[in-house]
Design a protein around this ligand. Structure first.
Ligand SMILES: [Zn+2]
Ligand SMILES: [Zn+2]
Length: 265
């Protein structure tokens, strides 16, 4: 079964517009996907209110409407990608008042509220930065409230600069802590295809992460294109499935009404 459990529509600030949930579902059908989740952004911050969604209430309604409209043709899961659920109690309040099929937990910004992408790595201590990154992911996991741990390799995609190629190899102690928490709390570890656009030109996370996750008893994985435009719905999901199978995962975890079910790959 081809699934794409992470994608954005026009409601996400950084996504193509116009691009409605209905149009996204039509594109997914044309692409031959069996299950999709629409997971627009809502990011929480340490010092200011939530952002990154153009109209969160409109978004929630439009995704639910698309789910109903496609019932019987395409399984569309109503999701959301929450950034930094640990940064602001407003994230917990939001989750108490909105029902989703699945909630993706992401770490986009550091404690200074700046997206990892926008840091000036030429003038930063990249080693200290990555150690702090893993500490933040762990804090987010311990806070909880989500189902899928998204794109753990996000810094690898964006930290590259002249003379420096980021690698996770020397952080396996930190990564083990993050993955142990992932297993014990039942989060699905996401395989994300956005790396196809980056310098690595491949889906993530890197092999060392998947190997360690499996070794620690991790059995739940998720797969997502992280598509931000209509033209790349489902892109890379076959590569993600192939990567998962290479590490012994033969099913993907699909959350329906926040309850996990295994679906064969
Ligand atoms: Zn993200
Ligand atoms: Zn995303």
């Amino acid at each position: 079964m081809l699934v794409d459990l992470h994608m954005h529509t026009e409601y996400s600030m950084d996504a193509q517009s116009p691009q409605t949930p209905l149009a996204k579902a039509r594109a997914a059908c044309a692409r031959g996907l069996g299950i999709i989740a629409i997971t627009d952004h809502l990011d929480f911050y340490h010092r200011h209110g939530p952002a990154e969604n153009r109209d969160i209430e409109g978004c929630v309604q439009a995704v639910r409407a698309a789910k109903e409209a496609f019932a019987g043709r395409l399984e569309l899961l109503a999701g959301i990608e929450l950034g930094q659920v640990h940064a602001d109690p407003a994230a917990d309040a939001f989750l108490r008042t909105h029902a989703f099929d699945l909630v993706i937990g992401s770490l986009h910004v550091m404690p200074n509220d700046l997206d990892i992408y926008f840091h000036d790595f030429a003038s930063l201590d990249c080693d200290a930065f990555l150690r702090e990154y893993f500490a933040q992911v762990l804090a987010m996991e311990r806070h909880g409230g989500f189902d899928v741990l998204a794109h753990l390799d996000y810094p690898l995609r964006v930290m590259r600069r002249e003379g420096y190629t980021p690698s996770f190899d020397q952080y396996m102690d930190r990564i083990s802590d993050v993955l142990r928490e992932c297993v014990s709390r039942g989060y699905a570890l996401e395989l994300n295809a956005a790396g196809l656009d980056g310098w690595q030109k491949k889906v993530g996370p890197p092999d060392c992460v998947l190997y360690e996750y499996r070794r620690l008893g991790g059995r739940r994985i998720s797969i997502g294109s992280d598509s931000h435009k209509l033209s790349n719905v489902g892109r890379g999901v076959e590569e993600c499935a192939a990567l998962a199978k290479r590490f012994g995962f033969d099913s993907v975890t699909v959350f329906r009404g926040r309850r996990p079910e295994q679906v064969p790959l």
